[in-house]
Design a protein around this ligand. Structure first.
Ligand code: SAM
Length: 283
């Protein structure tokens, strides 16, 4: 593709043509890259095909198209991803939030309507998408976001600042290590890929941090630890809601300690058992 100034219509057509062999969503990819990097709206692509795009913007978009051709996820190229109701900043330090994780947010908000919650720990927070989305719907909520990665926490902090004006506390912690309070709800989307999943992951997923994905040989390394200690960090009637990998329920059941009860399995859009809800049965 030429790096000189071009019309919007030509830029879109050429980007689509280059992306077609590598992306099933080539038109959408081209649309996002051009509108985001060109500071344009979707309607410009339809109504202003003859608009001249300056050479430096064309070059920027050309570079972005090349990164996409190499398999890099769109969200890392634009640095943005919508999740629930907000646009989150994302970098390769954090997992790109997935649509099915929004169901976890919705389940917590549904529970809040019947059993109001006052405190929440979002462990393995990454971009902060879960905790920040819930906090934005419940202004009185006391929220802690925690993660082992300081780079991830820097992104969560940025998102918290942009979306919530900094009303959230962040703690660097290996699971519960630096947590000293109890909560009404703990949300967690831990790394849960198996060694086999890790070895065979697709190219876009290879751009995401291993620490956010790798759940050890059988994918359950962190899940087991999270369950074992959850009750110590839950208030009376508190709940833990956790995202899991496809087909993991039978392997997780034996890991549930006696002070925790699995009370609900929530399926995702593809009817995969995706979220587990646990209730603390100690006081
Ligand atoms: C699957 S990502 C989830 C990110 C985000 N909550 C989401 O749903 O998009 C898992 C996160 O767990 C963090 N993590 C990995 N091991 C951890 C540990 N031992 N303690 C705390 N966080 C950990 C990673 O840094 C990563 O941000």
């Amino acid at each position: 593709m030429s790096d000189s100034a071009t019309t919007l219509g030509d830029l879109f057509d050429r980007s689509c043509h280059l992306l077609k062999p590598v992306s099933e969503t080539h038109q959408l990819d081209a649309e996002i890259l051009i509108t985001e990097l060109g500071h344009l709206q979707k309607h410009h692509l339809i109504l202003e095909k003859n608009r001249i795009i300056p050479a430096e913007i064309t070059e920027q978009i050309t570079r972005a198209v090349k990164r996409r051709i190499n398999g890099e996820p769109i969200a890392y190229i634009t640095g943005k991803r919508w999740f629930y109701k907000h646009q989150f900043c994302v970098t390769p330090a954090v997992l790109i939030p997935r649509p099915e994780t929004e169901l976890l947010v919705e389940r917590v908000l549904k529970r809040h309507k019947k059993h109001p919650i006052e405190s929440l720990l979002d462990m393995c927070t990454g971009s902060g998408c879960i905790g920040i989305s819930i906090a934005s719907e419940i202004p009185s909520l006391s929220v802690i976001l925690s993660d082992i990665s300081t780079d991830a926490l820097a992104i969560a902090s940025q998102n918290s600042h942009t979306i919530l004006k900094d009303k959230i506390r962040l703690i660097q912690s290996d699971l519960y290590e630096n947590i000293s309070e109890k909560f009404d709800i703990i949300t967690v989307n831990p790394p849960y890929l198996t060694q086999n999943d890790m070895e065979n992951r697709e190219i876009p997923v290879q751009y995401e941090p291993e620490m956010a994905l790798d759940g050890g040989k059988n994918g359950l390394l962190l899940i087991g630890e999270i369950l074992q200690n959850a009750s110590r960090f839950l208030n009376k009637d508190g709940i833990l809601i956790m995202e899991i990998g496809a087909g993991q329920v039978p392997e997780i059941k034996p890991l549930i300690p006696s002070d925790l009860k699995m009370v609900e399995i929530i399926k995702d859009y593809a009817h995969i058992e995706r979220h587990l809800l646990f209730c603390s049965i100690s006081s």
